[in-house]
Design a protein around this ligand. Structure first.
Ligand SMILES: Cc1cc2nc3c(=O)[nH]c(=O)nc-3n(C[C@H](O)[C@H](O)[C@H](O)COP(=O)(O)OP(=O)(O)OC[C@H]3O[C@@H](n4cnc5c(N)ncnc54)[C@H](O)[C@@H]3O)c2cc1C
Ligand code: HEM
Length: 423
């Protein structure tokens, strides 16, 4: 059985702003449920049976190998029927195309985990506010999604399958819109933030400090989605490198990746005075105030940013749990931010900072972070925070678990599209 969304959301509207009434195509399933077998708004709890779930899973398995073509078809009918939503999406849609089906697969995977499903859909709904998504858009997306499924499922599609999908989509959309509505009562959909300072650490890494136009609440260790004026609608994630400051400014460490659109613009094109946009803060790589355990932090590259924020937060909170910070990079040149962290450790007896370089022979520690970690420790009594490239985080997490650190005590940001990542 799926979760029961609150009834107060009411029946989804079929009028999409700017569509002149915005009806769904005649061949599309009726998302209101009014014309279907089960009249009224279906709910997960009341409307979705085990058979519905089986039908959804079977039809999804049929379309899965055709995912790429189905996504192209879905977006082309969405943008043709509802041209006003096109401007919410990036000009190039390659990455987004894959995410749609992954989101659906994720939802179906969570079908037996009502709490996880509720959490995922609510989070997705809140995060969609930054795109400018309105409740009425959900009917447009639902109608086109079902039309695409119908076309690609072929003989596996029939009225019963359509009803099951309609009920499931309606419940997901209700949960997303309810969460978005609740979120809208307390905070903006997105924040404008002016760049007030820039500092180049190296050719490819810069610290960029912004001043949000309205208060931006986040916890040290979280990350933030950002849209720049140079690449509109291309949202990327960056981690504040500081604990919240009294003046509200936030500093990001950005590394320009080869051929990277947003990172290169931020590192090489941005200036004081430019205005970027921030989405809501995300992530749970934050200090656990209930834990008295010592802390191990492992940072690769600009993964130092959230670790630096955690160190500041630790100092600010006065907890003073012993903190061991390992900073790694491939070359000494890429090892930015070390001097400041060392100075910080000289002023704070609870902080120990070590740096390692993997691809160069230098004085001091050499080797990859997982290798170097094994020379110290043991870490099985620590809370561990890992941040940096996915390969480094995965290898470090594996090393730590092999040496006795429980998985539940290892925190790191998602390695992929955050909303679709299990952690
Ligand atoms: C939770 C989270 C937190 C993050 N925090 C930070 C942060 O604090 N600082 C920071 O600089 N970045 C951070 N990132 C990465 C950031 O979100 C972008 O992915 C990165 O800046 C590249 O974006 P882009 O638009 O420049 O590249 P895109 O235009 O998206 O990609 C261009 C090309 O570069 C490749 N590419 C993408 N990322 C990398 C990479 N890291 N190394 C090498 N090649 C790459 C792509 O595969 C593609 O071929 C974080 C990512 C996540 C998921
Ligand atoms: C059940 C309904 C929906 C699901 C499951 C869904 C799922 C997703 C997912 C997983 C992402 C990627 C998020 C990320 O990269 O962090 C996304 C992005 C996006 N979604 Fe939705 N979405 C839904 C409804 C909608 C609606 C109704 C709109 C409005 C028209 C919309 C507009 C967007 C936009 C503009 C993006 C960003 C595109 C990009 O960055 O490439 N979505 N959606």
């Amino acid at each position: 059985m799926w979760f029961q969304p609150r009834q107060s959301a009411g029946t989804p509207r079929t009028d999409v702003p700017g569509t002149g009434g915005g009806t769904t195509s005649p061949s599309s399933p009726d998302l209101t449920g009014a014309g279907g077998a089960a009249a009224g708004v279906p709910t997960f709890g009341g409307g979705l049976t085990d058979r519905d779930i089986a039908l959804i899973r079977t039809s999804l398995a049929v379309v899965e190998p055709l995912a790429a073509d189905m996504a192209v078809y879905f977006y082309s009918i969405l943008f043709t029927r509802y041209p006003q939503v096109r401007e919410m999406f990036p000009p190039g849609m390659d990455a987004q195309r894959g995410r749609l089906l992954r989101a659906l697969l994720h939802i179906v995977d969570l079908v037996d985990d009502p709490e996880g499903l509720q959490h995922f859909c609510a989070h997705l709904g809140r995060d969609h506010r930054k795109f400018g998504t309105e409740n009425a858009h959900y009917d447009a997306v639902g109608a086109c999604l079902l039309a695409a499924l119908e076309r690609f499922a072929g003989p596996a599609w029939n009225a019963e399958v359509a009803q099951a999908w309609t009920r499931a989509y309606t419940a997901v959309a209700q949960t997303m819109t309810q969460a978005a509505d609740e979120d809208a009562r307390t905070r903006p959909a997105r924040w404008h933030a002016r760049i007030v300072h820039r500092q180049a650490f190296s050719d490819s890494i810069a610290a960029i400090t912004v001043q949000p136009d309205t208060p931006y609440e986040y916890a040290a260790g979280q990350y933030v989605s950002m849209e720049t004026p140079w690449w509109p609608r291309e949202w990327r994630y960056y981690s504040p490198a500081n604990a919240p400051r009294p003046d509200g400014t936030i500093t990001f460490h950005v590394r320009a990746v080869p051929a990277g659109w947003v990172s290169n613009a931020l590192v090489r094109r941005s200036n004081v005075g430019d205005v970027i946009r921030l989405g809501p803060p995300l992530g749970d790589m934050v200090l656990d105030p209930a834990s008295g355990r010592d802390i191990l932090c492992v940072a690769g590259g600009t993964g130092l940013a959230p670790i630096r924020a955690l160190v500041e937060e630790s100092a600010r909170s006065g907890h003073e749990r012993q903190m061991d910070v390992f900073i790694g990079a491939r070359t000494a040149n890429e090892l930015y931010g070390l001097d400041e962290m060392l100075r910080f450790s000289q002023r704070n007896h609870w902080l120990r900072v070590r740096a390692a370089v993997s691809d160069e022979d230098i004085l001091g520690l050499s080797g990859s972070l997982p290798q170097v970690l094994q020379e110290f420790g043991p870490w099985y009594r620590h809370d561990a925070y890992l941040s940096g490239p996915a390969s480094m985080v995965t290898a470090t997490a594996d090393t730590l678990t092999r040496t006795g650190v429980p998985r539940s005590r290892i925190r790191h940001d998602p390695l992929d599209v955050p909303v679709l990542s299990p952690n």
